[in-house]
Design a protein around this ligand. Structure first.
Ligand SMILES: Nc1ncnc2c1ncn2[C@@H]1O[C@H](COP(=O)(O)OP(=O)(O)OP(=O)(O)O)[C@@H](O)[C@H]1O
Ligand SMILES: [Mg+2]
Length: 320
């Protein structure tokens, strides 16, 4: 099977001083099929945004790739020159809606002006054609032509998020990474954005990587889900298996901490403690300190992620 994206043993560390590095992405592997949505969940600081920026080959400073490959349509983009990536891959084949992007719109410029600038960075087109193209994209995401002349403060959060999604679509990418795209929105607007993404996925046969803290939301959007913990993927399976057949104690805990409006249970579980410091040299399982199912082996032997059932991957000694 030819995958749209194949990530193999990818590592990216932030070198914060001569002898200290943050292991933000540590030996991660996964793949995405054409038209498939991968959800990425995990606590704050587990490496979700670092994974996203790595896939665009632009880890933030002082991040450096330590090994592994990112095959996009079979081509290892890590080995390509920055200039080539900027012209041919980034935003044109793999696009991204950055975490908090809708709050970074320039307050003194109209949406139209900001979209024109983004468009002109990638395409040379006369003004009228550019404007018409932008209006076409505004319409794709459910915004009217009048938004072109609006300032960000005249728009609701949902409208702003639609506008930044429109910008990510400009160059007809095959994969769009959405980093917490609905976190600041109320549930009704969140639902509208999710429906918009589903519509765009169908219309353009897009693949998405959907990053969020919210497991319940992932169930709505994703075909399969990767659970990250402390720089690693510790479980990866279809959304159905993650929900009803989770194998890693961390995923089980995350599910118990997720509110379910139909449940009679009054109390939500939570995970005591916090994720480990990623500058540490880990020997055993990174979840060891917080795991209520740990066995002796977990302290000093790091579990390796394995396929424990068909397309269900898990990194836990309890699972063989
Ligand atoms: N530019 C940087 N320099 C040094 N360390 C960084 C940098 N960016 C992120 N980190 C560290 O890398 C780790 C992963 O951070 P990242 O932002 O990828 O997590 P996240 O899962 O996206 O978190 P959140 O849910 O809060 O957005 C954290 O320990 C963070 O402090
Ligand atoms: Mg993040």
């Amino acid at each position: 099977m030819a995958y749209l994206l194949e990530v193999k043993n990818l590592s990216m560390f932030y070198h914060i001083s001569n002898n200290e590095k943050v292991r933000a992405i540590d030996n991660i592997s996964f793949n995405i099929e054409y038209g498939e949505t991968l959800g990425v969940v995990g606590e704050s600081g587990c490496g979700k945004t670092s994974l996203a920026t790595s896939l665009l080959c632009m880890p933030s400073s002082p991040g450096r790739f330590e090994g592994g490959s990112i095959l996009f349509e079979g081509e290892n983009i890590i080995s390509l020159k920055e200039d080539y990536i900027r012209k041919n891959i980034r935003f044109s084949k793999i696009s991204m809606v950055f975490q908090g992007a809708m709050n970074c719109l320039i307050p003194v410029d109209t949406i139209g002006k900001q979209m024109l600038e983004t468009l002109n960075e990638h395409m040379s087109m006369d003004k009228i054609k550019s404007k018409n193209l932008i209006i076409e994209y505004l319409e794709y995401v459910g915004l009217s032509e009048s938004v072109f002349n609006m300032y960000p403060h005249e728009m609701s959060g949902g409208m702003k998020q639609r506008a930044v999604i429109a910008m990510a679509l400009f160059l007809k990418p095959k994969l769009i990474i959405l980093d917490e795209p609905t976190t600041a929105l109320d549930v009704i607007v969140q639902a509208q954005i999710i429906n918009l993404l589903k519509k765009l996925k169908k219309e353009f046969n897009l693949s998405f990587i959907f990053i969020t803290h919210d497991l319940a939301l992932e169930y709505e959007v994703s075909d399969k889900i990767a659970v990250m913990y402390a720089g690693e993927i510790i479980e990866l399976a279809s959304r159905k298996n993650i929900y009803s057949n989770a194998k890693h104690p961390y995923t089980e805990k995350l599910l118990k901490a997720t509110p379910n409006i139909n449940s009679n249970s009054q109390t939500l579980d939570f995970i005591e403690g916090s994720p480990p410091d990623l500058t540490l040299n880990f020997t055993g399982c990174r979840f060891y300190e917080r795991c209520d199912k740990r066995i002796d082996k977990c302290e000093n032997v790091a579990p390796v992620i394995k396929e424990i059932e068909n397309k269900h991957f898990c990194a836990c000694h309890l699972r063989g």
